[in-house]
Design a protein around this ligand. Structure first.
Ligand code: ADP
Ligand code: 5GP
Length: 204
């Protein structure tokens, strides 16, 4: 099955007002992209974050509508058929997707938006929105990535293995991104991410 975008249409903006810009943040699971994006949004509260839809189970503490919209596989597949996702992918044996209407309104309203999505989703969004900005977050090492996944909790051993096996493949795709950032010291990494994003926001 391949993503089908044919049912998605995009309203143009009238009146010459600036359209919003999409910032894609990708990383292997556990590298810290959720944490970094939260830090970025604290510094730039006028930006929005896309809340994805997923078929994975919530981790302890995750909230429906805030971290993800947790839906079942039938609902996700129906969404594919209906053209509801502007991009979607199967990642670590679960489905993840971005609702077209989530980002459509932001772009039309001139609001910049962060999409925390995997490398497959990044390819789909880049094809559709060539002026999007792609940022890849690297962990300092694979050992540290494993430690962070363990500390975070919520993934059983099988899920951890799947995530670690996927990590190297995902990191091999980092050259497709305009910016690569290593998340070693958290405060420094948030500063760097903020610096990258603000460069685009002040220049457009
Ligand atoms: P992702 O969204 O990429 O899967 P998370 O943001 O959930 O990753 O981070 C995974 C774990 O690593 C969390 O427990 C988080 O608190 C921790 N973490 C994130 N960044 C750092 C960092 N720079 N140093 C140490 N721990 C970190
Ligand atoms: P997690 O289960 O750790 O929250 O996320 C697993 C992976 O799915 C991460 O690489 C994350 O970026 C990716 N992901 C989350 N939401 C989406 C989405 O809407 N689309 C795509 N393509 N990937 C997503």
């Amino acid at each position: 099955m391949t993503p089908n975008h044919s049912a998605v249409t995009w309203k143009g903006r009238t009146g010459g007002q600036r359209r919003g810009r999409l910032f894609i943040v990708s990383a292997p699971s556990g590298a810290g992209k959720t944490t970094l994006c939260a830090g970025l949004l604290e510094r730039m509260p006028d930006m929005a974050r896309s809340v994805s839809y997923t078929t994975r189970e919530p981790r302890p503490g995750e909230k429906h509508g805030l971290d993800y919209f947790f839906i079942d596989e039938d609902t996700f597949r129906n969404g594919i058929d209906a053209g509801r996702w502007v991009e979607w992918a199967r990642v670590h044996e679960n489905y993840y997707g971005t609702a077209a209407d989530t980002i459509e309104q932001s772009l039309v309203d001139g609001i910049d938006m962060i999409l925390n999505i995997d490398v497959q989703g990044a390819d789909q969004i880049s094809a559709r929105f060539p002026d999007c900005v792609r940022i890849f977050i690297m962990p300092p090492s694979l050992e540290e990535l494993k430690r962070r996944l363990e500390n975070r909790g919520g993934d059983d051993e099988a899920a951890m293995k799947v995530r670690m096996a996927a990590a190297e493949k995902e990191m091999a795709r980092k050259d497709n991104y305009q910016h690569v950032l290593v998340n070693d010291d958290l405060d420094r990494a948030i500063e760097e991410l903020t610096h990258i994003v603000s460069g685009y926001r002040t220049s457009s």
